[in-house]
Design a protein around this ligand. Structure first.
Ligand SMILES: Nc1ncnc2c1ncn2[C@@H]1O[C@H](COP(=O)(O)OP(=O)(O)O)[C@@H](O)[C@H]1O
Ligand SMILES: [Mg+2]
Length: 408
């Protein structure tokens, strides 16, 4: 039997040195990884634009705060200076605005945030702007109608022509799903004055695009229309009160319907080439004057984005499964995340819902999943890369200062 030499079992100096060096190496690697991960979190946090209504943009009016966008109405002198200097194709006295999009994410009428100070979704604002701008350009190229965009100084900023909004959320649906399916399943057959056939199945494609407009904001003193947000209205409600909806004429109701149908079909065909299904969407319309002063109906706000539309993956749908590629996926995550989903769905529990959104930081992975869905879709649609700005706020201020003279 061989003697077990002490030196076989106990480490000598070289071994101790090796172990110490190894331990130090591991500590170093772990510490570096921690710094890297922290850096990534910090980076993402810094790269998110959460607050967009406090930029020092020259304006003499209140900033319009949307859920996601802020609109700064420019002073007359700045509008006129930019129209001349930049050669925008509008009449001299046209009012302009700067629209700044944020990376905030709203769902169920609340703004949500993530862990580690992630007050928005990295890349979301840039992705939404890129997608909308792409569709607006396509609409113009196809001779449908213009949009409000005159210039894109930065991925998060548009120079727009101030529009007189039509007070309608122009909703088009090619599939029966969501709230409409729930109503149908309860036995409702009439939607905005149109009757659906019997025997439809959940998530089924409809024979033709169903237009189900609702009020944009709260409209007062219109017969038969309750004073509430997002009330469904029929075509005859709109015809009978076309001026209250800001339409210039009854003929323009036909025009908006055509622009909705053709815009929908344009996006639908383009998404089909990416094997994605354009399920339903909301457009907004407004009036502006063209360079000769004539009034025209345009597309405004945003079109065909994952915030304003439902998009499904084509391959999964053919295999009988709905995989959401829009904000609907985030809504589903929220419904599964909280133990009482009724708080998210029940309009009478708004206080509890606001508290839920305020007091709960969502897992960072949820925010990053939305980030990937939005940025990948934008890259596939536009064919160009979405890059996260290093310092969105600083970049916006520098650009609007140096190239537009709009910073006070
Ligand atoms: N060119 C424009 N002229 C006037 N209003 C506009 C124009 N473009 C967008 N808007 C309005 O600005 C707001 C944009 O903010 P957003 O975050 O999209 O709002 P919302 O919370 O209403 O969806 C919308 O109310 C939209 O109707
Ligand atoms: Mg909007």
């Amino acid at each position: 039997m061989r003697d077990i030499n002490c030196s076989d079992r106990l480490p000598g100096f070289p071994q101790i040195l090796a172990i110490a060096l190894l331990a130090e190496g591991i500590t170093y690697v772990l510490a570096s990884a921690a710094v890297f991960i922290k850096g990534m979190c910090m980076k993402n946090t810094q790269r998110v634009l959460a607050v967009n209504n406090d930029l020092p943009i020259k304006t003499d009016q209140a900033v319009h705060n949307g859920k996601v966008r802020s609109v700064y109405w420019l002073r007359e002198e700045d509008s006129q200076r930019l129209i001349k200097g930049k050669g925008y194709d509008v009449a001299d006295r046209t009012d302009l605005a700067i629209m700044v999009i944020s990376d905030r994410i709203s769902a169920f009428d609340c703004i949500w945030h993530g862990e580690n100070g992630l007050d928005g979704v990295p890349g979301k604002g840039a992705a939404l702007n890129e997608i909308s701008h792409h569709w607006f350009n396509l609409f113009r190229a196809q001779g449908l109608a213009d949009s409000h965009i005159l210039d894109v100084p930065h991925p998060l900023v548009w120079v727009v022509q101030k529009a007189r909004p039509v007070m309608i959320e122009a909703i088009g649906r090619q599939y029966i799903t969501g709230s409409m399916w729930r109503a149908y399943n309860r036995g409702e057959r009439e939607f905005c004055g149109q009757t659906l056939s019997e025997g439809l199945q959940k998530n089924q494609q409809l024979d033709e695009l169903l237009i189900t407009p609702s009020t944009k904001g709260i409209l007062a003193d219109i017969p038969n229309i309750p004073e509430a947000d997002d009330v469904n209205v029929s075509r005859s409600d709109i015809e009978n009160n076309y001026q209250a909806f800001n339409f210039n004429s009854v003929d323009d109701i036909d025009r908006y319907e055509v622009l909705l149908r053709e815009g929908f079909s344009t996006i639908s065909q383009a998404l089909a080439r990416l094997d994605q299904i354009f399920v339903d969407t909301k457009f907004e319309f407004g009036y502006v004057n063209d360079a000769s002063g004539a009034e025209k109906l345009i597309y405004m706000d945003e079109v065909g984005t994952p915030d304003s539309s439902r998009i499904w993956d084509g391959e999964h749908y053919r295999n009988g499964k709905v995989v959401e590629k829009s904000k609907e996926a985030f809504r589903q995550i929220l419904l599964n995340h909280f133990s009482e989903p009724d708080i998210l769905l029940n309009k009478d529990r708004m206080d509890e819902r606001n508290a839920l959104a305020r007091d709960n930081a969502l897992p960072e992975e949820v925010m990053m999943q939305v980030s990937r869905t939005y940025t990948q879709l934008a890259e596939h649609i536009s064919g160009s890369k979405i890059t996260l700005p290093e310092d969105p706020r600083g970049e916006i201020i520098d650009t609007l200062n140096e190239r537009f003279g709009l910073i006070s």
